[in-house]
Design a protein around this ligand. Structure first.
Ligand SMILES: [Zn+2]
Length: 338
């Protein structure tokens, strides 16, 4: 398996990723007139691009190997670790076979996320190697791959839009990237994906907003795909009830959606408890749920989510046990019996 995972084109690509990462890190360092530090930046970028790519590929390879690299396990992995790509693939492949059933394609996506993320992490020196850096880096390119894939998209968009903060005392070795400006869904809001905060002007570690966004980084690392999928599912589920509640309480449809889908979302309630804005206006308070109500709905929501996840897996294992099994090699689609 190991030999197949790192065969041919992969062994050619890895040194190329490292060379690009070294060049990028060195250019960023040179632009800051860092002297000797310029080469060290390039070196850290190159090493982390290599380790990130290998780690992400090994992690996803091991996950797919558990089910013999079957097309079904590839599609599950795609929805867990690359949900945006899975959504695009689903829309593009109506009536045909989804492209993400191919293990080789998925493994390349993980490799590129690991290489790009690692290169940028090294360039901006975000991981604290004398502290929790091993943990933050290790989680970001394994279980936290979903957030890291989204963080890569943010980096690409913010290459044209954002302004990466890089103050040695405040930004480096904090386990996060911070863009002072950049992509955000709404005006003054910070948008955090994986280890990357976009549009975050707040540079002080001790302030509420930074703590709030930093917690989202940890939620993404520790809970992996569960964090992102349940966050999005909650937001969609409470969209219509929020609109109705907003209308009924006089706060307005948009405000109702914002409160039910976002402020009452358990992941946000947790983050706002740690730091950030607290609703205070009468209309906001009417839409803000008490912690006990959040807890009650959370039990129902996460209970249904767990059952929803477990049922297809059980059905799949029962179907598989009742028919002869076969495996596929990486890079070749299993001939589907679907
Ligand atoms: Zn938040």
């Amino acid at each position: 398996m190991l030999f197949e995972l790192f065969s041919g084109s992969v062994r050619t690509a890895l040194p190329i990723f490292c060379a690009f990462a070294f060049a990028f890190g060195t250019i960023v360092g040179a632009a800051k007139y860092e002297g000797r530090g310029t080469l060290l930046r390039g070196l850290e970028a190159a090493v982390l691009a290599l380790v990130g790519a290998v780690l992400a590929r090994l992690f996803l390879g091991a996950a797919l190997w558990l089910d013999g690299f079957s097309a079904g396990s590839c599609l599950v992995a795609a929805w867990l670790f690359f949900p945006i790509a899975a959504l695009v693939d689903l829309a593009a492949s109506i009536g045909t076979e989804p492209s993400l059933g191919d293990p080789a394609l998925l493994l390349w996506m993980a490799t590129i996320v690991g290489a790009v993320g690692g290169a940028l992490d090294g360039t901006y020196r975000i991981h604290a190697w004398r502290g929790r850096g091993w943990l933050t880096f290790g989680l970001d390119y394994t279980w936290g791959l979903t957030g890291s894939a989204h963080a890569c998209l943010l980096h690409v968009i913010n290459a044209f839009w954002g302004d990466h903060a890089d103050e040695p005392a405040r930004d480096q070795r904090q386990g996060v990237h911070r863009y002072r400006s950049g992509f955000r869904p709404m005006g003054g809001f910070v948008f955090t994906q994986g280890n990357t905060m976009s549009n975050c002007r707040d540079r002080y570690r001790s302030t509420g907003l930074f703590k709030h966004e930093q917690l989202h980084c940890w939620q993404s690392r520790v809970f992996g795909p569960v964090f992102i999928l349940t966050y999005a599912a909650w937001a969609m589920l409470f969209f219509v009830p929020g609109a109705v509640a907003g209308k009924l309480t006089g706060g307005g449809v948009w405000r109702g959606i914002q409160w039910y889908s976002y402020y009452n979302n358990p992941w946000e309630v947790w983050a706002y408890t740690v730091g950030g804005y607290k609703p205070s206006g009468p209309e906001d308070l009417r839409l803000t749920w008490d912690r006990r109500i959040v807890g009650f709905w959370s039990m129902i929501f996460y209970g249904l989510f767990t059952v929803g996840m477990a049922l297809p897996a059980r059905r799949d294992s029962m179907t598989r046990s009742s028919r002869p099994s076969g495996t596929t090699s990486i890079g070749r689609k299993r001939r589907a019996s679907r």
